[in-house]
Design a protein around this ligand. Structure first.
Ligand code: PEP
Ligand code: MG
Length: 325
């Protein structure tokens, strides 16, 4: 019985009635991997590669250095998923080598009046195709000879054209990988079906998705109320994207902070989200909460949360459903 308890403490994520919900880890590099493995992560749902670039200073790290880091993370999960996010520079993640003054840098955080609405994420990479191509080639090299194909996704995809440009860059770099788009901008959630014509999966970045939905800067404490991931408007956008993915027979995960809140994680599953990725420290609590409720209960909690008028009421309504009240 003790072994059973230990297994369920680190085993695969599932609802009480056995609906599988892979529980993945957010990592910033190889040094985060042991904690993810220890916590029973079924893979990596978000490998934030900006740390690799931050450590490199004024230039992009060489393809060799990048490939070595990607390889280490890929090897830690030989059977599992590893989703590498290409460089998400700009706004809250400024990077020196993409800043003004560096050769060839067009828009940059420092020069823009609204960096969060400027050339960041995928936009900065499409302006620096050599940086994107280098990253994709490094990943292709890292994945050589491994049993499972890696997955790669772009941050800040706004529309189908962005998704197409990214998928084309992956093909041009000779990368054999499942290609996905992050949904962090309301336009991409609203037209998720169209974005899915170009990519194989979606991953919702709820931190930025709430920032852009509520016009509330994620770095400004004074607007924290609007950054609450229980906001019904945010849940509506999650549902829209998840329904589109289901209609296309494709996966739709969440890799923002919302996935780390155990009750909200159940609500996200009830909205149709197919996997959850979070900091390793949150995995055991989310796994345990999910195991307490059936998929139907999660769906009822999701409906109750969406019917609420604000975040507080949504939290209360979902809690009441999930505690059997
Ligand atoms: C997000 O925006 O929710 C996300 C996962 O990415 P980041 O927090 O790195 O912007
Ligand atoms: Mg983001």
């Amino acid at each position: 019985e003790r072994r059973e308890a230990a297994r369920s403490a680190t085993g695969p994520g599932a609802t009480a009635d056995g609906h599988a919900v892979p529980l993945l880890a957010n990592v910033g590099g190889p040094s985060d991997v042991p904690a993810a493995v220890e916590a029973g992560a079924e893979g990596v749902g978000l490998f934030r590669t900006e740390f690799l670039f931050l450590d490199a200073g004024d230039e992009a790290p060489s393809e060799e250095v990048q490939a070595a880091a990607y390889r280490e993370v890929l090897e830690a999960f030989p059977e599992g998923r590893v989703v590498v996010r290409v460089l998400d520079a700009g706004a809250d993640k400024p990077l020196p080598f993409l800043s003004p003054g560096s050769p060839g840098a067009p828009g940059s955080s420092a020069q823009e009046p609204n960096p969060a609405l400027g050339v960041r994420g995928l936009r900065a990479l499409l302006d620096h195709p050599e940086v994107l191509a280098g990253q994709l080639r490094a990943l292709a090299r890292a994945a050589e000879g491994l049993p499972v194909q890696p997955e790669v996704m772009a941050p800040m995809v706004a529309d189908r054209a962005d998704a197409r440009a990214f998928a084309e860059a992956c093909r041009a770099a000779g990368l054999r990988a499942r290609v996905g788009a992050m949904v962090e901008i309301p336009s991409a959630a609203l037209r998720a079906r169209s974005v899915l014509q170009e990519v194989e999966f979606l991953s919702l970045g709820t931190n930025d998705l709430s920032q852009y939905t509520f016009a509330a800067d994620r770095q400004v404490g004074a607007v924290a109320r609007l950054q609450d991931p229980w906001q019904p408007a945010l849940l509506d956008l999650v549902a829209t994207a998840a329904e589109a993915a289901r209609a296309e027979g494709k996966g739709c995960g969440v890799c923002g902070e919302a996935a780390a809140d155990p009750l909200l994680a159940c609500v996200l599953v009830g909205l149709g989200v197919s996997s959850l990725s979070m900091g390793s420290g949150a995995l055991s609590r989310v796994r345990a909460e999910l195991a307490r409720h059936t998929l139907a209960q999660c769906e009822r909690a999701a409906a109750a949360a969406r019917a609420a008028e604000d975040a507080e009421e949504a939290r209360r309504a979902a809690t009441a459903v999930l505690s059997g009240g």
